[in-house]
Design a protein around this ligand. Sequence first.
Ligand SMILES: [Mn+2]
Length: 304
Amino acid sequence: MKRVSLIPYVCGAGASTPGAEQGSLYCRAHGLSEKLATLGIDTVWAVDPDSHWNGPYGRLAHENIPERGSAERQEIVGWHLQTLAENVMAELNRGHRAVTLGGDHSMAAGSIAGAKAALGPDARLGLIWVDAHPDLHTYHTSASKALHGMPLGTLTGLDQTLAIGEQFGVTLKPEDIVYIGLRDIDDAERENARSLGLNLHTLEEIRERGVASVVQDAAIELSACCTHIILSIDVDGFDPDLAPATGTRVSNGLMYEEILPVLAGIVRTHSVPLIEIVEFNPTLPGAEKTFDLIVRMLGELLPR
Ligand SMILES: [Mn+2]
């Protein structure tokens, strides 16, 4: 059985609403690893989130956050992305499964780059992206300049806003991306998707066919061409009743039973080296409820 490394991303500077930087700190302080141990799941914190929180890009940087779109703000996110990529690479290289805990969704540009670097040039990564938002902006198309709206803009090669060092150069093929949960899409993102030949099916559309069967079919298609599947789960993909403590809530989200069993089946039957859970903002109301969802999700996703 693969051991699981918990890897924190102690950064919320990619989001407009402050607080996501504290997500992994909350998970650690509230005993995520211990709770998973009671379910028979062996995890270890690869990095102490406090060490990042107490560093120059942690609490100090977040308490005096530079404005969105500034080079200073980008520098904070850049440090965290680089560090996350290195940590994911190191944990995969020692044979562990990586679970990254956010932090805002800009982190996907670091975690996925790190996974690609560890898995090597022959690896082709399929991505299941659970989210209310496609996060497919470029710096140019984003009105808010919030970096958490851009990870897939960078990972599909539309621009380089969240790109890190050469070692981590990575491009996902648009056809290897599966979106589940979309309900808030900007026109510019639709345009970007069109330019990539990528379909942005909304959750409402997917529900017509049944979420589980859409995800199941998508996994079968991915496994025909991809060597690995990555799960990137933004808690705002879920209904706000289940995950209230997140910065950009959108109503009518995924219900637990609609999506978790099928994702757990994918983890059991495919190579899933990286699972990430993002946009938990424990400074917002409903932190406890949202943390419970995260524990329950990881308890079901991670094999015993
Ligand atoms: Mn997101």
